[in-house]
Ligand binder design. Structure first.
Ligand code: ZN
Length: 285
C-alpha cells in the first residue's frame, strides 16, 4: 500500500448475507494529518489509527453521517480528535492543555459521535482497557453503542518516528449469519496475519485485502470511494463565527487597531481580518 497508490475505502457484503467487510488504505491521509499536527512517534501512531478507525466506522453507517472519534487521555484533558465526512475528507487535531501529557493506555476513553447533516448527534463512549488499543476500543464501541459484533484491525506502520503506511479492515456479523460461516470466519481471523504485514507489502490494496478476508466466500463490492486529508475551515465560516461575537468584544478588537489573526487548529492555515472588515461586522449587527 505504498505511494503510487491512492487512499481508498471499499465495502463488500457476502452473497449469503453473513458479513459486511470494509477495507481501507489511509497512508497519504494519515501522513498529511500527522505533518499538519506536527506529531511523531506514539502520538502519530495513535492518531493514524484513530483517523483510520473513524473513517471505517463512518463507512458502516448511513452515507450522510459525519463521524468524530475522540481519544481522551487517561490523565488530564489532552485528546486526539478525528473527523470523517461523507465526501471522503478527513482531518484531525491534537488537543493539548498547558503542561498536560497525552496518556493513551489503560483508563483512556474513546468517544464516537455521529452527526446528521442537520446537526442531531448521537454519542457513544467506551473506556480503553488492556493492550488492545484503538482496534479493541472500536470493537467495544460498535458492540456497546451500535449492538453490532465486529472484528477490527487498524494500524499505523512506523519507521522510527515517521509514518510509513496506514490502513485497516472491519468484519461485521450480519443478522443472516449462520453458525457454520461464523466458525469459518472466526478460524480465519485467528490465523490472519497482523495488519502491519499487509501494509508493508506493496501489492496490498483494499481490494486484495477484501479477497483475503473473504477467500472462498462469494461477495459483492457494494461501495468504494477516495479518502483524503481535507480541512473544513474557510474564511467565510470564520467570518460568520466572528459576526456572532458580542458587539462589545468586536469593539474592543477594533479599538486595538490591529488586524485579527486566527489560525486553524486543524491545518494551521492563518486567516487575517483587517480592522475595516471587523467594522463591517459590527455595522451588520
Ligand atoms: Zn483548517
Amino acid at each position: 500500500m505504498l505511494n503510487e497508490r491512492q487512499d481508498e475505502v471499499v465495502r463488500a457484503i457476502t452473497d449469503d448475507g453473513s458479513f459486511r467487510v470494509v477495507a481501507l488504505r489511509t497512508t497519504d491521509t494519515v501522513k498529511a494529518i500527522v505533518a499538519a499536527q506536527r506529531v511523531k512517534g506514539d502520538e502519530a501512531r495513535w492518531l493514524g489509527e484513530l483517523v483510520t478507525g473513524t473513517i471505517m466506522v463512518r463507512e458502516t453507517m448511513a452515507p450522510d453521517l459525519r463521524v468524530q472519534g475522540v481519544l481522551q487521555s487517561a490523565v488530564g484533558r489532552d485528546a486526539l480528535i478525528a473527523d470523517s465526512h461523507p465526501d471522503g475528507g478527513a482531518r484531525a487535531l491534537v488537543q493539548r492543555t498547558r503542561g498536560g501529557t497525552l496518556v493513551l493506555g489503560d483508563g483512556a476513553v474513546l468517544q464516537v459521535t455521529r452527526t446528521l447533516p442537520r446537526g442531531s448527534a448521537h454519542k457513544g463512549v467506551v473506556r480503553i482497557t488492556g493492550s488492545g488499543g484503538v482496534s479493541a476500543s472500536l470493537m467495544a464501541y460498535l458492540q456497546e453503542s451500535e449492538q453490532v459484533a465486529s472484528a477490527i484491525a487498524v494500524c499505523t506502520v512506523m519507521d522510527g518516528d515517521e509514518v510509513v503506511a496506514a490502513g485497516g479492515y472491519l468484519v461485521q456479523l450480519l443478522p443472516e449469519l449462520g453458525e457454520g460461516q461464523l466458525a469459518v470466519m472466526t478460524a480465519r481471523l485467528e490465523d490472519f496475519p497482523p495488519m502491519s504485514t499487509f501494509l508493508k507489502d506493496d501489492a496490498t490494496t483494499p481490494q486484495t485485502l477484501l479477497a483475503e478476508l473473504l477467500y472462498l466466500m462469494p461477495y459483492t463490492v457494494v461501495g468504494s470511494g477516495a479518502v483524503r486529508y481535507q480541512c473544513r475551515c474557510d474564511s467565510q465560516r470564520l467570518r460568520a463565527t466572528l459576526s456572532t461575537l458580542p458587539p462589545a468584544e468586536l469593539e474592543s478588537l477594533i479599538a486595538e487597531g490591529k488586524d485579527l489573526e486566527i489560525e486553524c487548529d486543524y491545518c494551521h492555515v492563518e486567516y487575517r481580518f483587517p480592522v475595516s472588515e471587523l467594522k463591517t461586522l459590527l455595522a451588520v449587527d
